[in-house]
Design a protein around this ligand. Structure first.
Ligand SMILES: *Cc1c(COP(=O)(O)O)cnc(C)c1O
Length: 397
């Protein structure tokens, strides 16, 4: 039996390879940080991690995790409602709600699960979900698992959102859902206008802060801070796997009754293990750090501005961004791959993206800034972009 299935799979894998879409994984042998060591021995500056606040190898997070490892052991061996809830889980949930100015929080193994488990328990076939066309895969999958009617609007297009809201007016409840920051362009969802439309058309709002929590807003509270809407959206989802320490874990935070219902009915919560106590302990420490000082958030904002200004001055075509994601537009797929390969040769690790990850003819290199970067790192990256840009004829003068 396996022989024919094997042939089938090999055929598809060959097609993926021929289309140039085969994903290879680079092996890192050091902790995650501004500078990392690859398995080849090469040391490179890392500009493609979601390590926005530089916390992935932070000493005080490692200390908090180590202490919890000794106090609480390694794993919980249970889902939350049987015997998988520790004091650390409860404390982290409270801390996350405090951070976002929400009423309550529920933890998941990942934000993929938070998004996978948020729609189905809350909405039924008489309801509507109105989703941004560029929302994350986990939101798309979560919507698929729910019986609600589906409406889609063009990325951040408020005219289209209004049209979709009008089409959904005969539904019982309407939920608008958007990423806070869209990961390929780095653009921020126009949450002020989304909330205004929600009020006009009597809809609920959900925002996924995975790329914006810790990053967007003066104190890193995300897009609800940027638009002065703290506590005004019904549902926020997010990850502990990006700015918040980068290990694993996700959450949904928002209105009390919504979280209560998820604890009763959300399938990835009810049927999947709880995060290890050491991850919860590091999460608690992380929120404490972000509350005690604004040093990391400030440094990230300074670094992002510095890099983007430097690149613009050289004449690179940069997508408008208000996040720590900087899309350097090259348009041509092959050029984006060649450019990234040469940058790696210069010791700068970035990824070139092209269709189908981004629209056809919009190939780019995505640079992700971090509070772990020092000015010297940013200067080295800008210099490598300049050198490569001239060699490949992207920079003309
Ligand atoms: C990364 C990401 C997720 C998934 O987060 P995990 O915790 O890694 O599963 C979900 N939504 C968005 C918008 C993301 O960027």
């Amino acid at each position: 039996m396996y022989t024919s299935f094997q042939k089938h799979l090999s055929g598809i894998i060959d097609e993926i390879r021929e289309a140039g879409l085969y994903k290879n994984e680079r092996v890192i042998v050091s902790p995650q940080g501004a500078e990392i060591t690859l398995s080849t021995g090469q040391k490179v500056l890392n500009f493609c991690a979601n390590n926005y606040l530089g916390l992935s190898a932070d000493k005080s997070l490692v200390e908090a995790a180590t202490k919890a490892l000794n106090d609480h052991g390694y794993g919980m061996s249970s889902v939350r409602f049987i015997c998988g809830t520790s004091d650390l889980h409860k404390e982290l949930e409270k801390k996350i709600a405090g951070f976002f100015g929400t009423e309550d929080t529920i933890l998941y193994a990942a934000c993929f699960d938070a998004n996978g488990g948020v729609f189905e328990p809350l909405l039924g076939e008489e309801d509507a979900i109105i989703s941004d066309a560029l929302n994350h895969a986990s939101i798309i999958d979560g919507v698929r698992l729910c019986k609600a009617q589906r409406f889609r609007y063009a990325n951040a297009d408020m005219e289209d959102l209004e049209a979709q809201l009008k089409s959904a007016m005969n539904c019982r409840f309407r939920l608008i859902v958007s990423d806070g920051v869209f990961s390929m362009d780095g653009n921020v969802a126009p949450l002020d206008r989304i909330v205004a439309l929600a009020e006009k058309y009597d809809a609920l709002v959900m925002v996924d802060e995975s790329h914006s929590a810790g990053v967007v807003g003066n104190t890193g509270r995300g897009v609800t801070e940027l638009y002065n809407l703290k506590g005004r959206v019904e549902i926020i989802t997010g990850t502990l796997g990006k700015a918040f320490g980068g290990a694993i874990g996700g959450f949904t935070t928002g209105r009390k009754e919504i979280i209560e219902m998820l604890r009763q009915r959300s399938r990835p919560y009810l049927f999947s293990n709880s995060i290890p106590p050491l991850v919860a302990a590091a999460g608690i420490r992380m929120i404490e750090m972000m509350t005690e000082t604004n040093t990391l958030q400030d440094k990230l904002h300074r670094n992002s501005e510095y890099f983007i200004e430097g690149m613009k001055k050289l004449g690179f075509d940069i997508k408008p961004t208000r996040s720590a994601i900087c899309a350097v537009m090259l348009y041509d797929a092959k050029l984006s791959q060649e450019f990234a390969a040469r940058l790696l040769g210069e010791g700068i690790y970035v990824i070139g993206f092209y269709f189908p990850v981004v629209p056809k003819g919009e190939a780019r290199i995505r640079v992700q800034l971090s509070a772990a970067h020092e000015t010297e790192h940013l200067d080295r990256a800008i210099a490598a972009f300049e050198k490569t840009g001239r060699e490949l004829g992207v920079l003309k003068n």
